[in-house]
Each structure stands twice: as structure tokens, then as C-alpha cells.
Design a protein around this ligand. Structure first.
Ligand SMILES: [Zn+2]
Length: 306
């Protein structure tokens, strides 16, 4: 396949992910392996992909994509399919993470990881990022909110396809149970944060909004879509937040901090009503499964947002 703008873009990212130029030689071997009938989804790889497996991956991604779109309840679904979504399957050594979404058009994942059940959640998670980025049309939103939305949708999708909460959820529950108000305020001050704590605090924020804030906002995921649509229409984050929720982001942060203080050290109270209530935090201090699963997904949205 001739190098394209896409392959050049991926080349840059693989180099970034590897920290070397070693993937350069492999790059030009990336080729289109299969795509959805509507041509919205294209699967690329630099290695052979069995046609039946490729078709099965297309079906899985499209199913997750539809779930995310449904949960998000976008006012206008047009941007979701306006351009092809390129999904690159990479080998074990190509990247040092399981996968990531880059901007509105590209998702990269280790081919082997797709055989693991948790990858269903990762697909939905990354597709939430893709849909958010497509709806935002280049505008900005705090990275912790991207992550919170994506992780809540990702867990919902795993349950939707019949999986049970597992180690990953228990690990996230432990973080949710132990954040202090001071840690939280520091994390929420950083609109371009990344990594586990950024993902975890974003998820705690969304779950707090859903279950507690103003008596609970059960439809918080669609409401966050409305927030994104307001930002896309030209409002900055603070304005859009106040418009959508009728309260300033600052007042929200104060209420959130008060909630964390009131539930500090009381795991049951902290997790009551949340997606982690029935999951529990597990016992012991076993090596964090977060190091092996979704948290390894590095979101390069920060790059997009610069
Ligand atoms: Zn993410």
C-alpha cells in the first residue's frame, strides 16, 4: 500500500508510543484488510489478518459503536459517520500500550488484546472518545470528563454483552474509595491530565453526578453529550457546564469536594449507589490489574487538544 496521509500520521504516533523510529520500516506495510459495508469503518494492519476474523472485528466494533451512540443520545449523529474511522491492529511490539484513540479518526489496538474479554470495554471506551472528538469538532473539554464518560460507557458495555464486573472494576473502586478532596481538586484543576488517576477521578465525578449531585442525574451521560454539543457550538467549558447544569463548574467542584470529605474513610458510603457498589474494593493489595488492562490505554487526546 502506498504511504498515505493516514500512514504518515500513524507513523508519527507509533514512533511517539515507542519513543524510537524503529517502527518506520514497518509503517509502509500497513494495508486495508477489510471494512464495513457502509465504509465507515476500515481495518488496517501490517500483518496478515484472516478475512473471517477481520469481518468479526468489524461486527464487534460496529456493535460497540452503535451502543455508544445510543447511550450518548447525540442530537445529530451526522458527525459520527461523516468520515471513515480507521482502526489499526498492531502486533505485540508495535506499541507499549494496549491501544488508544487518536483524535476523531483513528483507533489503534493490539490485535492479540482483542481476544481478551476486557477488550469489549476498551472498544466502547475508545469509541466514546472517537464520538466525543467527532462531536466536538476540534473544541476542548477537560480530559478527566472524556475519561469519566468513556469509562462509565465502557463498563456499561461490558455488562451489556454479558460480562461481570472484574478485577479492573475492583481496582477502580479502590481508587474511588480512597481519593481525598485535596487529591481530587488537584486532579480536576488539570484539564489535560492523563493516566490512571485522571481516568479514575473523571469516573468518580460522573458517578457522583449520576447518583448524588442535585439529588442525582440519572441521564448524566446524555447530559454530558449536551455539554459537548454546547462546547462544539462555541461555548467554553465553564459556560457550557453552567448552561447545561444550571450551576457553575466551581460550585460543582465545591459540592464534590464536600461529598469526598463527608465520605472519607467510609467505603460503603463513598460507593453507595455507584457502579462500584456491588463490585466492592476486594481485599489485600494484590498487584494492580490496572497495569494489565484498560488503564494501559493511553489516550493521546491531550495531543489533539493542544
Ligand atoms: Zn480513555
Amino acid at each position: 500500500m502506498k504511504p498515505t496521509r493516514w500512514t504518515l500520521a500513524v507513523l508519527g504516533m507509533l514512533c511517539l508510543a515507542n519513543g524510537t523510529a524503529a517502527s518506520a520500516a514497518r509503517e509502509e506495510e500497513y494495508a486495508l484488510k477489510c471494512r464495513s459495508n457502509d465504509r465507515v469503518l476500515e481495518i488496517y494492519a501490517a500483518h496478515p489478518v484472516d478475512p473471517a476474523r477481520c469481518a468479526a472485528i468489524v461486527a464487534r466494533v460496529m456493535k460497540a459503536f452503535a451502543f455508544v451512540a445510543g447511550r450518548s443520545d447525540w442530537k445529530d449523529r451526522g458527525p459520527l459517520t461523516a468520515r471513515p474511522l480507521q482502526f489499526a491492529l498492531v502486533g505485540e511490539d508495535a506499541i507499549n500500550v494496549l491501544g488508544y484513540a487518536q483524535g476523531p479518526d483513528l483507533m489503534v489496538m493490539k490485535d492479540s488484546y482483542l481476544d481478551k474479554p476486557l477488550s469489549e470495554g476498551t472498544l466502547a471506551h475508545e469509541l466514546a472518545h472517537i464520538q466525543d472528538a467527532r462531536q466536538l469538532r476540534g473544541k476542548r473539554m477537560p480530559s478527566f470528563l472524556f475519561e469519566g464518560r468513556a469509562l462509565v460507557i465502557g463498563q456499561a458495555y461490558r455488562l451489556h454483552v454479558g460480562q461481570s464486573p472484574g478485577d479492573y472494576d475492583r481496582q477502580m473502586a479502590r481508587s474511588a474509595a480512597t481519593f481525598t478532596a485535596e487529591q481530587a481538586m488537584e486532579l480536576l484543576d488539570n484539564f489535560r491530565g492523563h493516566g490512571w488517576n485522571n481516568q479514575a477521578i473523571g469516573t468518580v465525578v460522573v458517578e457522583y453526578m449520576r447518583t448524588r449531585w442535585k439529588g442525582g442525574i440519572p441521564d448524566v451521560i446524555p447530559r454530558l453529550s449536551r455539554l459537548i454539543e454546547r462546547i462544539a457550538a462555541g461555548r467554553d467549558f465553564e459556560q457550557a457546564f453552567a448552561d447545561e447544569f444550571g450551576t457553575s463548574a466551581e460550585a460543582f467542584a465545591e459540592a464534590f469536594a464536600a461529598h469526598l470529605r463527608a465520605t472519607q474513610g467510609d467505603t460503603a458510603a463513598r460507593l453507595q449507589g455507584t457502579m462500584w457498589q456491588s463490585v466492592g474494593t476486594g481485599s489485600g493489595t494484590a498487584a494492580a490489574p490496572r497495569d494489565a488492562y484498560v488503564s494501559d490505554v493511553v489516550d493521546l487526546l491531550g495531543e489533539l487538544l493542544k
